[in-house]
Design a protein around this ligand. Structure first.
Ligand code: ATP
Ligand code: MG
Length: 183
C-alpha cells in the first residue's frame, strides 16, 4: 500500500479543493511561514482517524473547517480524501477488493465526522484499525511532530515501548484485545 494523493477541501486554510500528489520517493513541501505546510500533515493524520482536537492544534474538532477570511466566508464542512495505491493488494480484508483504496473523511458543522472507504460508509474505528494494521495511522511514529524527538528521548520506558510497538505494526492487536476485554 502506498499513499498516492491527498485532497483537501475546506480543511483549515485549504478552502478550495487542493490536491497533493505523493509520488514515489521523496515529496517535499516548501513555502513561507503560515502557508499551510503543517496543515497538510494534519490533514493526513485527520483522514486516518485522529480524534484528538489538540493534536490538530484546535480547541474542538470543528476547528479544522475553514473558518473564513476577510475575503471569504467560513465553510460548513471540511473533507479530506486519501488515495492509496493498493496494486500490491496488501490492504487488510474488507478494504482489499480494488487496486485503489480511497478513504474519505468529512466533518459537517453540528453533525460530526463521517467516513467512507471506496464509496461505502465505514466507522471511524474501521479506518483507525486499517491504518494501525498497516503500521501507520494518526498515532504513527511515521508522522513526526515538532518537539517529538526530544519527547521520545525523555519518555518513560513504557511510553517508548508503545512507539516501538506501533512501528512493529502490533498496536492494532492491542486495540482489538482491549475491545475484547470490554465485551
Ligand atoms: P510554519 O512554516 O510557520 O510552520 P506552516 O506552513 O506550517 O507554517 P500552517 O501552520 O500549516 O503553516 O498554517 C497556518 C495557517 O493556517 C494560518 O494562517 C492559520 O490562520 C490557517 N488556519 C488554520 N486553521 C484554519 C481554519 N480553520 N480556517 C482558516 N485558516 C486556518
Ligand atoms: Mg508548520
Amino acid at each position: 500500500m502506498q499513499f498516492s494523493k491527498l485532497r483537501l477541501n475546506g480543511f483549515k486554510s485549504f478552502v478550495d479543493p487542493t490536491d497533493l500528489v505523493i509520488a514515489d520517493g521523496l515529496t517535499g513541501v516548501v513555502g513561507p511561514n503560515g502557508c499551510g505546510k503543517s496543515n497538510l500533515l494534519e490533514a493526513l493524520r485527520w483522514v486516518m482517524g485522529e480524534t484528538r482536537a489538540k493534536a490538530m492544534r484546535g480547541g474542538g474538532m470543528e476547528d479544522v473547517i475553514f473558518a473564513g477570511a476577510s475575503s471569504r466566508p467560513a465553510r460548513n464542512f471540511a473533507e479530506v480524501v486519501l488515495t492509496i495505491d493498493n496494486s500490491d493488494r496488501l490492504a487488510p480484508p474488507g478494504f482489499n477488493d480494488q487496486d485503489t483504496l480511497e478513504i474519505v473523511r468529512r466533518i459537517t458543522r453540528d453533525a460530526g465526522s463521517a467516513y467512507k472507504a471506496n464509496g461505502k460508509d465505514v466507522r471511524a474505528k474501521d479506518v483507525q484499525m486499517l491504518f494501525a494494521d498497516a503500521s501507520t495511522g494518526a498515532h504513527s511514529p511515521a508522522l513526526v511532530r515538532q518537539g517529538q524527538i526530544s519527547e521520545l528521548i525523555n519518555a518513560k520506558p513504557k511510553n517508548r515501548r508503545r512507539v516501538l510497538e506501533e512501528a512493529a505494526g502490533i498496536s492494532g492487536l492491542y486495540q482489538r484485545r482491549h475491545e475484547a476485554e470490554l465485551k
